[in-house]
Write a protein that binds this ligand. Structure first.
Ligand SMILES: [Zn+2]
Length: 86
């Protein structure tokens, strides 16, 4: 296999932060999880902590920390249809 194309879409961290800020304003109960691609092994990693954006992403499986400011990131959204008291 000579397919090293990055199959995931990542965007600059600032662009994600701006978009998420808009979403959170429109739907404050939404949860988001930051996702990025490990710069060492190429695996897609999802942050375990919701509603936070990080500038560095540690990949437990290979022990590498990716500089998300350089590589960009994406996010997964969990929309909540009911009110939740935390
Ligand atoms: Zn990795």
């Amino acid at each position: 296999m000579v397919n090293n194309m990055n199959q995931y879409q990542d965007h600059p961290l600032e662009a994600c932060a701006e978009r998420i800020a808009e979403i959170m304003q429109a739907a404050p109960t939404t949860q988001f999880y930051q996702k990025w691609t490990c710069a060492k092994c190429g695996e897609r990693v999802t942050m375990s902590i919701p509603n936070k954006l990080f500038t560095r992403g540690f990949h437990e499986d290979c022990g590498f920390t990716t500089d998300i400011r350089k590589s960009g990131c994406n996010y997964m959204l969990h929309f909540s249809r009911h009110m939740e008291d935390q």
